[in-house]
Design a protein around this ligand. Structure first.
Ligand SMILES: [Zn+2]
Ligand SMILES: [Zn+2]
Length: 294
């Protein structure tokens, strides 16, 4: 009988829960393969342990301050982890929280509404005073609208050219930039670039092709819905769009139902999606820690 099977799952679980050993260290200690440890960890929905011992912070505020570095112009740079879409995230215990939301709460002393991102023009800035939530941006936009009449949205040719050079199809570029695929086709022809062959896209690309950016950083699902839930069929497999998106941001399995925490119905922006664990963390831990300080 292989050595693998003589080690009980409980032993692996116990060491994973202790949280002070890497997968490799657990594998070595128990004499099992690292993929075995990883598969048990994923089944439990535990985060991947880092190299060596990850720092433990007493509060989310400490976890935030450890990675927030003041820069010129009042901006604050984030040296902590980021999602695939570059959103700064605070790692606290077993969860990842948006650094924007945490910084906003610390500066304004209240929970943000909707989506939070910097409005100072410095991408990724986590200075509390540079962050705005949805009602703040709406107020600014309304003031601007009252002052000027807005013309039609014009997509610069350079943006289309950039995506053409990345090898996307006319349809994809049309969707991504909210412009007519025919215009993309004309620019492609003028540049002498080949048309993109239809092929089976990787799961993430297939998912992205069915989304369209909306104002305020939300992402609309343009694919199909089943009983009100955005769904994706890819290479014969059925997925919910939320579950696929959750995997882009988190290195653990989701717990319970996933839905957008931004309040925009059916928004599939990966960083807006919350599972039961995140909702509990946000509603209990964040409120109790910062609520008492506010
Ligand atoms: Zn800034
Ligand atoms: Zn959203």
């Amino acid at each position: 009988m292989p050595r693998q099977l003589s080690v009980s799952r409980e032993e692996i679980v116990a060491l994973l829960r202790a949280g002070n050993l890497t997968e490799s260290a657990i594998a070595e200690q128990l004499g099992v393969s690292r993929p075995t440890v990883a598969s048990v960890r994923k089944t439990l929905g535990l985060p991947a342990p880092g190299k060596g011992k990850a720092p433990e912070y007493a509060t989310i505020e400490d976890a935030f301050r450890a990675h927030a570095v003041p820069a010129d112009g009042g901006h604050v740079e984030w040296t902590g982890v980021r999602t695939g879409s570059d959103a700064p995230m605070v790692r606290y215990r077993r969860d990842s929280l948006s650094a924007y939301r945490v910084a906003f709460r610390l500066h304004h002393g209240r929970d943000p509404e909707g989506v939070v991102h910097p409005t100072c023009g410095q991408p990724g800035c986590v200075a509390g005073a540079h962050l705005a939530d949805t009602p703040m941006r709406q107020a600014t936009a309304q003031a601007a609208k009252a002052a000027t009449r807005r013309g039609p949205v014009w997509v610069p040719r350079a943006e289309i050219v950039a995506l053409l050079r990345e090898g996307h199809s006319n349809r994809y570029i049309g969707r991504a930039l909210n412009t007519a695929p025919r215009r993309v086709g004309r620019i492609r022809a003028a540049l002498g670039l080949p048309t993109v062959e239809l092929r089976v896209l990787p799961l993430e690309e297939a998912w992205r092709a069915r989304t369209r950016p909306e104002g305020d950083g939300h992402l609309q699902w343009t694919g199909t819905y089943k009983e009100g839930t955005p769904v994706l069929t890819h290479a014969g497999q059925h997925y919910t769009a939320y579950r696929v998106a959750f995997g882009f941001v988190h290195d653990r399995e989701p717990v319970g139902r996933i839905y957008p925490g931004c309040g925009v119905a059916r928004c599939v922006e990966p960083t807006h999606l919350e599972d039961r664990t995140i909702r509990q963390t946000l509603s209990t831990q964040l409120t109790s820690i910062f609520g008492s300080a506010a």
